[in-house]
Design a protein around this ligand. Structure first.
Ligand SMILES: [Zn+2]
Ligand SMILES: [Zn+2]
Length: 254
């Protein structure tokens, strides 16, 4: 299987995972036209997408998901709480309500949701597998949990939130309440916490590790790379970074 990012950060997030004839979009935090043009950059026709997974209702993840669903007849897989918090859903959208602990299949891919602590109604993240390889995704979580680590251990690829460097956040010019929200247990993972989670995982199968959801104000790609590399005892060049504008190109899980 292979995966790529349309873009990552507070202005919009979307990942794509693909195995044989199945293509899945994980979040769609962009406007419709923007999402379609970013998909084209990766060579993906929207009509080829078999399902859209939604992690939570924040607009940098939900974006045009329902509009794409309605226009291209793509099912949106979403928890009950996220759906309830998502506001008005276009009538033509196709909605499949999922349980936050129960795995399900979309074509050749198995999707395993898992709950995460974040300030949303019923947020989840996902592990996606083609039966042989597993891609683990974790963004928008205020802290690690034993269950998160259980889900992400022994993955072949990982996309891990490195939202901020705690010192940059605390010494930056965000209002106090926003700093507390971001750094809180229902906020976002900082580089050190993400590194701590990674250090506790079984890394024996890892082929790709990508830092994602970086704050443009409160982080720098190099800091995220150093933090994740330290958890793996590897060189910083080995750690990928998902960018807000460019995301990252296709990565193959062999
Ligand atoms: Zn987000
Ligand atoms: Zn969020």
């Amino acid at each position: 299987m292979r995966f790529a990012s349309l873009g990552s950060g507070s202005a919009g997030n979307a990942l794509i995972a693909e195995a044989s004839a199945t293509t899945i979009l994980l979040d769609c935090g962009f406007g419709q036209r923007e999402a379609v043009s970013r998909l084209a950059r990766l060579g993906v026709e929207p009509g080829r997408i078999s399902g859209i997974l939604i992690t939570h209702e924040h607009d940098d993840h939900l974006g045009a998901a329902f509009k794409l669903s309605a226009r291209f007849r793509i099912p949106v897989h979403i928890t009950h709480g996220t759906l309830a918090a998502a506001g008005v859903v276009p009538q033509a959208a196709i909605v499949n309500v999922i349980d936050s602990h129960t795995a399900f299949s979309i074509g050749d891919l198995e999707v395993h949701p898992y709950p995460v602590p974040h300030d949303a109604r019923e947020p989840v993240q996902f592990v996606i597998s083609d039966g042989a390889r597993r891609l683990g995704v974790l963004t928008d979580a205020g802290c690690g949990t034993a269950h998160i680590e259980n889900m992400l251990t022994r993955c072949d690829g990982l996309v891990l939130e490195c939202n901020h460097d705690l010192d940059l956040l605390l010494n930056g010019d965000y209002p106090r309440s926003l700093k507390q929200r971001i750094a809180g247990r229902l906020g976002h993972l900082d580089n050190a916490t993400s590194s701590g989670i990674l250090a506790r995982l079984d890394q024996s199968r890892l082929q790709h590790v990508i830092a994602a959801h970086l704050s443009e104000k409160n982080n720098r790609p190099e800091l995220a790379r150093v933090a994740l590399a330290a958890a793996m005892n590897c060189s910083t060049e080995w750690v990928g970074v998902a960018e807000q504008s460019a995301g990252f190109g296709w990565r193959q899980l062999m």
